[in-house]
Design a protein around this ligand. Structure first.
Ligand SMILES: *[C@@H]1O[C@H](CO)[C@@H](O)[C@H](O)[C@H]1NC(C)=O
Ligand SMILES: *[C@@H]1O[C@H](CO)[C@@H](O)[C@H](O)[C@H]1NC(C)=O
Ligand SMILES: *[C@@H]1O[C@H](CO)[C@@H](O)[C@H](O)[C@H]1NC(C)=O
Ligand SMILES: *[C@@H]1O[C@H](CO)[C@@H](O)[C@H](O)[C@H]1NC(C)=O
Ligand SMILES: *[C@@H]1O[C@H](CO)[C@@H](O)[C@H](O)[C@H]1NC(C)=O
Ligand SMILES: *[C@@H]1O[C@H](CO)[C@@H](O)[C@H](O)[C@H]1NC(C)=O
Ligand SMILES: *[C@@H]1O[C@H](CO)[C@@H](O)[C@H](O)[C@H]1NC(C)=O
Length: 457
């Protein structure tokens, strides 16, 4: 109801204006069925996910206490479709519920090899997870389990095909545990059971009440905030899911996104003006303080769990949301991290070009013209009591793989965006915020020559 009244009111206002001055251009940027951005929000064009792995070349050296050496292999590229499903409007159209299932299809022509054939030697993640879990057991139980596991002669590094590591394989150790504890899954894979599934139920603000709320997450799996971090500020679910941003972006603001890989919200700050397919855009990227150690950025102390147990700059422990596994996320090659993490491994070479995360946003509409989201998965390897094989290893945050998700606006919507910007710029259009027009607080662009309804896809 509100929405309809709003659209009519806005158009009505504009068209009354148009009779006297000329004609107007109205673009509604809200998540409502008739808005121009809704269709592309609901059915976004596919993006590409590139997986890179760190192939360990000297496991014996590392086991003996030396420095590990890795060789990056990849990309193994998948096309990702992520339609919004079960879309339901709530609370008079001010909020919208949606699921976002993802389907991955391998793209051989954008990959270095066949993931079913190519082999990678990496950390035996199930084994390290289980060793770590034993720490919470009583001494007796731990000793018995450790003795049993040692008798199985399982190695700290496993050699598997890329496909197995990503999409799952029947792990010998997990299979053994499964026979004792049926709730343990026999299969392990970084993306096991992730094809075709969604990462939670989201409720978004439609932006109808306030354009600054457009696309902002209201709840995730029914939660308004998380509970696993150790401060209220860290637990906040801020911003959007990174697929949309509010219109009328200004260079001085911080934009927030909820980064599911990091189990937390992060902020983005303006970096520079860029041009993509002839469209001027603002580049926003996470500034270095996002993953800074609490010593240098005290607001990050809330991400140390248990409180006070903090790592250095550029790495973020996510055990709390990975069932206790000693998983650490970072930017690829420890970009922006303490030199110590980079130097601990041979074969890393962090650089802005290949490893930075950024969003290029058309400032008037907030539409991402190009985005690169990058994250690396690492595991803490250290000596574990009861496991003589780990006795000599130096505690290391060990890189396993990183992902690079890229999307650039298609040519046709890019052409539409260029004409919109052209019209606005060449006619010195002031875009007007209808923040308090009646019940409606939406954004419209006004143009005093011709009435065009633009559609973004
Ligand atoms: C989404 O919709 C489908 C059918 O349209 C239904 O089977 C499914 O249970 C719904 N999912 C949720 C989480 O509501
Ligand atoms: C929806 O709108 C009606 C009428 O404007 C109002 O009475 C009702 O309280 C609103 N409901 C919510 C959940 O905002
Ligand atoms: C994911 O599922 C789709 C169909 O549901 C299938 O075509 C595709 O090959 C699967 N991807 C992988 C990596 O298994
Ligand atoms: C990774 O390392 C293993 C062991 O050295 C080797 O057999 C394999 O060919 C390497 N994989 C790639 C893709 O180079
Ligand atoms: C966090 O929020 C809860 C409830 O919202 C409040 O009871 C608690 O005191 C807050 N904690 C801190 C450290 O501010
Ligand atoms: C969430 O946003 C508030 C400001 O609105 C900020 O103080 C807080 O640090 C943010 N939290 C995270 C985790 O980004
Ligand atoms: C650990 O180092 C000691 C001394 O160098 C050596 O004797 C022992 O075999 C090593 N253990 C393992 C598991 O590598």
């Amino acid at each position: 109801m509100t929405r309809k009244c709003c659209a009519i009111y806005t158009t009505g206002f504009v068209c009354a204006h148009l009779l006297t001055v000329g004609i107007a251009l109205v673009i509604e940027i809200t998540l409502t069925e008739k808005s121009q951005v809704f269709e592309s929000w609901k059915n976004p064009p596919p993006s590409y996910l590139e997986y890179y792995f760190f192939n360990v070349t000297n496991p014996e050296v590392f086991m003996a206490g030396g420095k590990a050496s890795v060789k990056q292999i990849g990309p193994y590229t998948y096309r990702v479709h992520r339609p919004r499903e079960n879309v339901t409007f709530l609370e008079n159209g001010t909020k919208v519920y949606a699921l976002n299932p993802k389907t991955f299809v391998f793209v051989p022509e954008k990959s270095v090899g066949d993931p079913q054939v190519d082999i990678v030697r990496t950390v035996n993640i199930p084994f390290v997870t289980i060793m770590n879990e034993l720490n919470s057991y009583s001494f007796l139980l731990r000793s018995v389990f450790a003795m049993y596991i040692n008798s199985l002669d399982i190695k700290l590094f496993m050699t598997r095909t890329v496909h197995e590591v990503l999409w799952g394989f029947k792990d010998p150790l997990l299979t053994k545990l499964h026979s004792m504890k049926p709730e343990v899954d026999e299969y392990f894979g970084l993306m096991w059971k992730n094809n075709g599934t969604h990462d939670g139920e989201f409720v978004f603000h439609t932006g109808e009440q306030n354009y600054l709320d457009y696309g902002k997450i209201d709840t995730w799996n029914g939660m308004r905030e998380m509970s696993w971090w150790s401060s209220n500020q860290s637990n906040m679910i801020n911003g959007t899911d990174g697929t949309v941003f509010h219109p009328l972006i200004n260079r001085n603001e911080l934009l927030y996104i909820f980064a599911a890989d990091f189990c937390r919200s992060i902020h983005l700050a303006y970096v520079e003006d860029v041009e993509v397919k002839g469209i001027q855009a603002y580049r926003f990227a996470p500034p270095s303080d996002v993953l800074m150690s609490p010593k240098n950025n005290p607001t990050n102390a809330g991400f140390c769990v248990p409180a006070g147990d903090c790592l250095g700059t550029g790495v973020h422990k996510v055990s709390v949301c990975r069932e206790g596994a000693p998983i650490v996320v970072s930017f690829p090659h420890f970009y922006q991290a303490d030199r110590a993490y980079i130097n601990a491994i041979d074969g890393l070479n962090p650089n802005k070009e290949e490893h930075e995360t950024y969003f290029d946003l058309q400032p008037m509409t907030g539409v991402p013209i190009r985005a690169c989201k990058r994250a690396q998965l690492n595991m803490i390897l250290k000596r574990v009591a009861g496991f003589p094989k780990t006795k000599n290893i130096t505690e290391t945050i060990f890189p396993i793989m990183f992902v690079n998700e890229m999307a650039t606006i298609d040519d046709e919507p890019a052409a539409q965006m260029r004409s919109l910007v052209y019209i606005v710029v060449n006619n010195k259009i002031r875009y007007i915020k209808y923040t308090e027009v009646g019940m409606c607080k939406t954004v419209a662009l006004m143009y005093s020559m011709e009435c065009i309804m633009l559609k973004f896809q």
